[in-house]
Ligand binder design. Structure first.
Ligand code: MG
Length: 368
């Protein structure tokens, strides 16, 4: 049995597929304040692969500049260099330094295995029941504005909220934390995202306060970027590990794990906390998620503010995750001025048909 299969895959590697791509620059409905900048538009690339049998697959490369994976220019150059008819072998040989390109091509290839528009995706457990759903975390603005925004979201049915912290003075924010917690119904929880803004002492003050409050986890309390130098980075990592051991509230890595290698390194170091995973930024999502699963890690799936093409892929991975399902960080749509690019509309839950029905050809055609 083994030999014919090997011959088969060797043949598949040499078979060429038709590669096309469309670069996009899409205005956002409203300016979006991230931890690092204000976005008014989103840039990325949608790829389309078609095999000789006419099967089509789509993928999206949506790098986040502040996360320092590849730039969109580098992604475009790499895709262009593959030519119009790359072989499977060439598609697999894209360097790991280009995780978003690898992601787009891998997703497009796996899409080919599954007819476009076919809602029954038999490779994933989510396809087995239309009743399959995940809770979605609602985003709250930083500061006191969160207090007025939480009410309509509670009424809409949201129970998990993500609040940006590390923006104002600590004493003010700690006071607001108590006011926010007072608004939560039984079972309601807050996620705090510091985007790496705290020093160790700030983080300790916060984590002491969080210990007896309904805080689901604290995301990236401290961080040093690669550009800050190795010493600063090691110190920040050391602080994170110390905090994770000293306090009961789980800590989750986000900025620390922006590519496959980052996740592998933290797993290798025995990180006891959670992982925020943006599938769109990982070159080989299946392998990385497999390692996280083997390590029994807790994973929170999150949007990279991609179009419906990337959203469909990312949500497919989130629904296929066999670990404990945590509320999804996908409460971002409607995001674009042109609604044809949006993923599933904001609601307290996403069901599998909400994303399996998304048609990437609509995005593709809208970009022509
Ligand atoms: Mg974050």
């Amino acid at each position: 049995m083994r030999k014919p299969r090997q011959r088969c895959s060797a043949l598949a590697r040499k078979m060429a597929v038709h590669l096309q791509f469309r670069r996009y620059r899409l205005p956002l409905r409203m300016p979006l304040r991230t931890a690092h900048e204000v976005w008014t538009e989103r840039e990325g690339i949608v790829v389309r692969l078609e095999d000789r049998g006419g099967a089509v697959g789509f993928g999206e490369a949506a790098p986040i500049p502040a996360f320092a994976t590849e730039t969109v220019d580098a992604a475009e150059a790499a895709i262009r260099s593959l030519g119009e008819w790359p072989t499977e072998e060439q598609l697999s040989a894209v360097p790991t330094a280009l995780p978003c390109v690898r992601h787009a091509l891998t997703e497009a290839r796996s899409d080919i295995e599954r007819p476009v528009g076919d809602p029954t995706d038999r490779s994933h457990p989510s396809a087995q029941s239309d009743a399959s759903y995940r809770a979605v975390a609602a985003l709250l603005p930083a500061g006191r504005a969160a207090l007025s925004e939480i009410h309509p979201k509670l009424e809409a049915g949201f129970r998990i909220f993500k609040w940006k912290v590390g923006v104002g003075a600590i004493a003010d924010e700690l006071g607001q934390l108590d006011d926010l917690c007072a608004e939560l119904p039984a079972g309601g929880k807050l996620r705090l995202d510091a985007n790496g803004a705290w020093q160790r002492r700030d983080a300790e003050r916060w984590l002491e306060r969080c210990a007896e409050r309904p805080i689901e986890f604290v995301e990236q309390p401290c961080f040093a970027s690669k550009t800050a130098g190795e010493t600063a980075q090691l110190r920040a990592e050391d602080t994170l590990r110390g905090l994770a051991e000293d306090y009961p509230t789980p800590l989750a890595l986000d900025e620390s794990v922006v590519c496959d290698a980052d996740v592998m390194r933290w797993l290798g170091n025995g990180w006891p906390g959670w992982f925020v995973i943006k599938p769109s930024l990982l070159g080989d999502v299946v392998t990385v998620l497999g390692k996280l699963r083997s390590a029994k890690s807790t994973v929170v799936f999150s949007s990279a503010l991609e179009t419906a093409v990337g959203a469909r892929s990312a949500l497919r991975h989130a629904f296929a995750w066999q670990g404990e399902p945590k509320a999804l960080g996908f409460g971002v749509w409607p995001l674009f001025v042109d609604a044809r690019f949006d993923g599933p509309a904001l609601a307290p839950f996403i069901r599998s048909p909400d994303f399996s029905r998304l048609d990437p050809a609509v995005v593709w055609n809208a970009l022509s």
